[in-house]
Ligand binder design. Structure first.
Ligand SMILES: Cc1ncc(COP(=O)(O)O)c(C=O)c1O
Length: 445
C-alpha cells in the first residue's frame, strides 16, 4: 500500500461528505485502513480511539468476532435477494425481532438502507395513511426546532437550516418546526407554544417527527422525558401521527434500547438505522403500527405503498442486524451502556466549572460540552488536540461530544474524558476573528 498514492487519489477523486474544501487543503485526512474494538488504525498503523463510534453507529466496536462471523456465514448462503414479491429468512427474522422490541408487537417493518431513507419512508407512509383514510388535507409535517433527520430532501424539509440548506429551499416539503424549544424557554412555555401551533394546524399536520430526548446534530441538545411525553400527548389528542426518529438515539445509546422508552409512549412509527447493524452494513427501517399498515390494502389499488429500495433489508445487512441484537442480549449491552453512562456523567460533569464551558450535557453514553458563545473555535482546537493524542472526536459548532462504542472498557472511558479535560485546559480560549466562513466551524459535522 502506497500511502502517498492514496493521499493523492483521495484528493483527486473522493468528494467527502460534510467537508469543506479548505479543510482538505490544510490537513491531509487520516486514511483509516483497520478497526479493532474501540480503535481505528490509519494506513501507517497509528491507532485512534473511535470516540464518536463512527458517526454514532459502531456500538459494538470494530471487527467484533460474532458480527464478522455472521456476515461470513450469510455470505455463503445468500448475499442479495429483493423484498418485492419475494422474501428471505434474515429479513423475516429481523422484522419479527424489531416488532417485539416495540411496546406492543402489533407492527410491520418497512426496510431501507440509510437513516434518511427510513425517515423518507415514514414520512411518505404518514401522507399516504391520511390519503387512504380520505383525509388528503393532512399534507404537512411538524418537527422540533433545530431538528436533524438526514440529508435527502424530505429529511432536510424537517430540519431546514438557512446556513446549510438555502439552495434547496424552494424544493422542500411543507413542514413547520416548533417555534420554541425547551432550550430557549421553560419547558412549560415551550409546551404552551407547541400546543398553540398544533391546535392551529391540526387539520393539516400528517405527522410530527422527533429525535427523542437528544437532538444530535443540533449539538447534543438533551431535553426531558416529560417534554417528549407531553408532545406525544398533544399529537395524540389532535390526531397527528407521532414518529420517533431513533436513528441516533436507538440501540442502547441512551441506556435503554430506544430513547422513547424513557417517556413511556407508543409512537406510531419508529425509524432505526446506524447501530441497527452495529454500523457494519447499511440497513435501516421504519417500524409501523398495524393500525396504519392495515389502511394500505390494494382495494382500491392506489392504497398500496409503491415505495422501496433495491437493497432494502439486504440479507447480509439483515443477518448482521440479527446477530447484533443477539449479541446485545447475550452480552447485556443495554445494561452495560446504562452503567457506563452513569460513569461518563461522573467523569464529565466536573468539567462544567471550567471558565470556557457553558454547559455539560449527559444522557446515557452521550456526553457533550458546549463552550461559551464568545469563545469561538474552541471545539475545533479541542478536536485537534484530541486527534494528536489519539482520539477521534468531531465538533458541532460550539459543542464537542463523545459517543464511544457501548463496549468501551471503563478505563478507556475514563482516559477519554481525562484527555478531553486536558484538551479543554491546554487549548487556548482566544477567540478567532479571522475565521473566513461560518461554515468552517461546521466542516466537521
Ligand atoms: C436523528 C437522525 N436521523 C436521521 C439521520 C440520517 O441518517 P443517515 O446519515 O444514515 O442517512 C441521522 C444522522 O445523523 C440522525 O442523527
Amino acid at each position: 500500500m502506497n500511502v502517498e498514492h492514496y493521499k493523492k487519489w483521495d484528493q483527486d477523486y473522493v468528494w467527502h461528505p460534510y467537508t469543506t474544501f479548505s479543510a482538505l487543503e490544510n490537513t491531509p485526512l487520516p486514511i483509516i485502513s483497520q478497526g479493532k474494538g474501540i480503535y481505528l488504525y490509519d494506513i501507517n498503523g497509528t491507532p485512534y480511539v473511535d470516540a464518536i463510534a463512527s458517526w454514532w453507529a459502531c456500538n459494538l466496536g470494530h471487527s467484533h468476532p460474532r458480527i464478522v462471523n455472521a456476515i461470513k456465514k450469510q455470505c455463503d448462503e445468500l448475499q442479495h435477494s429483493i423484498l418485492g414479491n419475494l422474501s428471505h429468512p434474515p429479513a423475516i427474522e429481523l422484522a419479527k425481532e424489531l416488532a417485539h422490541k416495540m411496546p406492543d408487537s402489533d407492527c410491520h417493518v418497512h426496510f431501507a438502507s440509510d437513516g434518511a431513507s427510513a425517515v423518507e419512508t415514514a414520512l411518505k407512509i404518514s401522507l399516504q395513511y391520511w390519503y387512504n383514510l380520505g383525509m388528503s388535507k393532512k399534507i404537512k409535517f411538524l418537527s422540533l426546532k433545530e431538528a436533524y433527520h438526514g440529508d435527502t430532501l424530505a429529511a432536510v424539509s424537517m430540519g431546514y437550516q438557512e446556513t446549510f440548506h438555502r439552495p434547496f429551499k424552494e424544493m422542500l416539503l411543507r413542514s413547520d418546526q416548533l417555534p420554541v424549544s425547551p432550550y430557549d424557554a421553560t419547558e412549560e412555555e415551550a409546551l404552551c407554544q407547541a400546543e398553540d401551533v398544533i391546535k392551529q394546524h391540526r387539520d393539516e399536520y400528517a405527522a410530527m417527527l422527533v429525535e427523542p430526548l437528544c437532538q444530535g446534530a443540533a449539538g447534543m441538545r438533551i431535553y426531558s422525558a416529560n417534554y417528549l411525553h407531553k408532545l406525544y400527548e398533544l399529537c395524540k389528542k389532535h390526531d397527528i401521527l407521532f414518529i420517533a426518529d431513533e436513528i441516533a438515539t436507538g440501540m442502547g445509546r441512551t441506556g435503554k434500547m430506544f430513547a422513547f422508552e424513557h417517556a413511556n409512549i407508543i409512537p406510531d412509527m419508529v425509524c432505526v438505522g446506524k447501530g441497527l447493524s452495529a454500523g457494519y452494513l447499511p440497513i435501516s427501517a421504519a417500524i409501523v403500527r398495524n393500525q396504519i399498515h392495515e389502511t394500505f390494502s390494494d382495494q382500491p389499488t392506489d392504497h398500496t405503498f409503491y415505495h422501496g429500495h433495491t437493497f432494502a433489508g439486504n440479507p447480509l445487512a439483515a443477518a448482521t442486524a440479527i446477530e447484533t441484537l443477539r449479541t446485545y442480549a447475550d452480552d447485556h449491552i443495554i445494561e452495560n451502556a446504562h452503567k457506563l453512562g452513569i460513569k461518563l456523567e461522573i467523569f464529565l460533569r466536573p468539567l462544567a466549572i471550567h471558565p470556557s464551558i457553558k454547559e455539560v450535557r449527559c444522557l446515557g453514553m452521550i456526553g457533550a460540552i458546549e463552550f461559551k458563545k464568545e469563545i469561538t473555535g474552541k471545539a475545533q482546537r479541542v478536536q485537534k488536540y484530541m486527534k494528536n493524542h489519539g482520539y477521534l472526536v468531531r465538533p458541532l459548532g460550539q459543542v464537542i461530544y463523545v459517543m464511544l462504542p457501548l463496549i468501551t472498557p471503563e478505563k478507556a472511558l475514563e482516559a477519554t474524558v481525562r484527555t478531553l479535560a486536558r484538551a479543554v485546559e491546554e487549548t487556548s480560549n482566544a477567540t478567532i476573528n479571522t475565521c473566513k466562513h461560518r461554515a468552517e466551524l461546521f466542516d466537521d459535522l
